[in-house]
Design a protein. Structure first.
Length: 212
């Protein structure tokens, strides 16, 4: 097993070298490294370092976005091989930024981290009404609804999502995750959601553990 190559993929990803990733991922496949290992030990390993460095304020949003672009390029190359290798999604997540809120960087990071952890993500975008979350959860038979908010003024929409899930009778079947700058664990408990996470890497880990 060529650990050196996977390490190189991880490092290039951390530095956002999309061109190198596009060359190294096919090379790893050619050398017979399983797509799942390239994803987990190369791309995701790199992305999780990026997540930690972002959490510690060692790097900032532009660097994360550049790394994410490299991640996406690598994942695109792997996709047909992952499907062929019968890597089933761990679960389905409906993701969006709540109504009245147009911030999408945090949400996009969560999407990447979740996809990186083998979850299938249906991204509803920004300014998402509670009805849209619930309709999508029903349509896709989702396991998790994940809501992001960056404004204190839009936080209340999260409670509306929880309440609507209850009213529509799907609350038993779906876990509700919330996150964003103004959100706290206390608020999560207060509105009856299942989990609050402070960053994208933790959100992905928590989603997987909620499903197991």
């Amino acid at each position: 097993m060529n650990h050196q190559l996977l390490e190189e993929i991880s490092l290039k990803l951390q530095n956002g070298k999309t061109k190198d990733i596009k060359a190294l991922v096919p090379k790893a496949l050619e050398e017979g490294i399983p797509a799942k290992d390239i994803l987990n030990d190369g791309l995701l390993a790199g992305m999780s370092v990026v997540g930690v460095r972002f959490k510690n304020n060692e790097i900032f949003v532009p660097e994360v976005l550049i790394a994410a672009r490299a991640m996406k390029a690598g994942a695109e190359i792997l996709k047909p091989h992952l499907v062929a290798g019968d890597v089933k999604p761990v679960g389905k997540v409906i993701l969006g930024t709540v109504r009245g809120d147009f911030h999408d960087i945090g949400k996009n990071l969560v999407k990447m981290m979740m996809e990186g952890n083998g979850l299938e993500v249906v991204d509803l975008g920004v300014d998402v009404a509670p009805e849209a979350y619930v309709a999508a959860a029903k349509e896709h038979n989702a396991d998790i609804i994940a809501c992001s908010a960056l404004l204190t003024t839009t936080m209340a929409e999260m409670k509306n999502v929880v309440d609507l899930c209850v009213a529509e009778g799907i609350r038993e079947n779906v876990k509700i995750m919330i996150g964003g700058a103004p959100i706290t664990d206390e608020y999560c408990r207060e509105i009856g959601a299942d989990a609050y996470t402070s960053d994208a890497a933790t959100a992905a880990e928590t989603a997987v553990s909620l499903l197991s």
